[in-house]
Ligand binder design. Structure first.
Ligand SMILES: NC(=O)C1=CN([C@@H]2O[C@H](COP(=O)(O)OP(=O)(O)OC[C@H]3O[C@@H](n4cnc5c(N)ncnc54)[C@H](OP(=O)(O)O)[C@@H]3O)[C@@H](O)[C@H]2O)C=CC1
Ligand SMILES: O=C(O)[C@@H]1CCC=N1
Length: 271
């Protein structure tokens, strides 16, 4: 059972994490299995990554030290009901479902002696650049948290947090890639509107985003300071900044993230 991991759900995030674990070398393909009821999807995942695929989770619980729950929050209760008979206090259960609090799993499993870690990763796990927050229940010891952290740090960066902050993580970084993709899309369209060929607009927009993020990280300067370095008096940048300020760009981004945080909290309400 050592160093074996079973994924319940082989969708977008399940695949991102499986690929991340294999590409990082943390797990061999033969130590990973997936339970995925959709046959086409199951075949794709097991063929692509050379892992074992099952139609249901029974074998995973029997064969895996760590179980990673990667199904939609809306079907988690059904998945836990089907898992109840196989769960033991030896399993390390890691869940990435948005919104659902750890108490939801304990209630659904009808026991409070399981080791459960709630994680919120994001899709850049596909290229080992995920941002994840995580929090364990009272049964998780330092070794369990370390095992989880090791997984998360192989697929990107992670921060341990109090569980009460995981909805904030979900709204900020869990959903965050979508906001960045929307911004990238808008920059590319703007380049095309200004007359650039699409491939040129794509290259310039994406390199600008990549370079700016690297500059932020490497310089350790505040975004406002770096923005001032771009903004010449009476120049082009301030003309654009004026429009962004007038249309409340920062406020819109903050409102959007707040909406995602609130939706995560709503998903956790199970009455
Ligand atoms: N997408 C993202 O960016 C992020 C998602 N998350 C969380 O990750 C979880 C998965 O999301 P995501 O990967 O996007 O969703 P997907 O719908 O892509 O993946 C879920 C997979 O689980 C399968 N499934 C359905 N029922 C079962 C079952 N009983 N047993 C095993 N597998 C089952 C689904 O099959 P079928 O399609 O046939 O129903 C699907 O392939 C969610 O809880 C989400 O909140 C967390 C961080 C980021
Ligand atoms: O949209 C969602 O609900 C999931 C959770 C975080 C990112 N995607």
């Amino acid at each position: 059972m050592k160093h074996t991991i079973g994924f319940i759900g082989g969708g977008q995030m399940g695949e991102a994490l499986i690929r991340g674990l294999i590409d990082s070398g943390l797990y061999q393909a033969n130590a990973i299995s997936v339970a995925e009821p959709n046959q086409e999807r199951r075949t794709y995942i097991s063929d692509t990554y050379g892992i074992q695929g099952f139609a249901n989770s029974e074998q995973l619980w029997k064969n895996s030290a760590t179980i990673l729950l990667a199904v939609k929050p809306q079907i988690m209760a059904k998945v836990l009901a089907a898992s109840k008979d196989f769960v033991s206090p030896d399993h390390l259960i890691i869940t990435i479902a948005a919104g659902l609090p750890i108490s939801f799993y304990e209630q659904a499993l009808g026991r409070d002696d399981c080791k459960i870690i709630r994680v919120m990763p994001n899709t850049p796990a596909l290229i080992l650049e995920a941002a994840s927050g995580f929090s364990g229940n009272k049964n998780t010891g330092p070794d369990d948290l370390l095992r989880c952290e090791e997984i998360l740090n192989k697929i990107g960066k992670s921060v341990p947090l109090d569980e009460s902050l995981l909805d904030a993580v979900t709204g900020l970084s869990g959903s965050g890639p979508a906001y960045v993709f929307t911004f990238a899309d808008a920059m590319i369209d703007a380049g095309i509107k200004a007359g650039l060929p699409r491939p040129t607009a794509e290259t310039l927009a994406l390199q600008t985003i990549l370079g700016s993020v690297k500059l932020l990280i490497e310089s350790k300067k505040h975004p406002a300071e770096l923005r001032a370095m771009v903004t010449s008096p009476g120049g082009t940048t301030i003309a654009a900044q004026h429009i962004l300020e007038r249309s409340g760009f920062k406020g819109i981004v903050m409102d959007a993230i707040e909406a995602a945080v609130n939706r995560s909290k709503e998903l956790g309400k199970t009455d």
